[in-house]
Design a protein around this ligand. Structure first.
Ligand SMILES: [Zn+2]
Length: 152
């Protein structure tokens, strides 16, 4: 069983004529592993959120990128000890690329392909005691903060 926590709620906003965006960032703790799903593009916000969890970038073992839109993956390079996973491969900072069997190595956390928003989009399925099975879907809903979300 894993413990999950949304460290950063994703956002899109306009300020002074500029657009700012960053994805949600989710922390999964599984046994002794620290796993992030997406890392966003607001460096200070991410570092502060990790600090709140007594974590440094070097403490992260895996980063799962749900897709490669930059608002989800711009900061992945700061996690130099992590293995980076996408919908089909594991990447390490020595340039190695290998395939995996749909689960984060050493865990029962599953990564499934969910093309749609992006051709290579994936979602993360996590078994938790608190919430049962959780899907971290990323960009399932997407709209600017200054507009109301309406169904139908
Ligand atoms: Zn996206």
């Amino acid at each position: 069983m894993s413990i999950i926590k949304v460290l950063i709620n994703g956002y899109v906003k306009k300020e002074n004529g500029n657009e700012y965006a960053s994805s949600s960032v989710t922390l999964i703790r599984d046994h002794n592993l620290n796993i992030l799903v997406d890392v966003g593009m607001n460096r200070q916000l991410l570092l502060d959120a990790l600090k709140q969890e007594d974590l440094r970038p070097a403490d992260i073992n895996f980063v799962v990128l749900t897709h490669t839109h930059l608002d989800h993956c711009l900061l992945v390079g700061i996690f130099e000890n992590a293995q980076i996973l996408d919908d089909s491969s594991v990447y390490t900072f020595d340039g190695k690329i290998s395939e995996y069997d749909s689960k984060i190595p050493g865990t029962d956390i599953e990564i499934i392909s969910t093309p749609g928003h992006d051709q290579f989009h994936c979602a993360v399925l996590v078994n938790t005691e608190e919430f049962g099975k959780v899907a971290i879907a990323a960009d399932l809903f997407w709209w600017p903060d200054d507009k109301d979300f309406k169904v139908g």
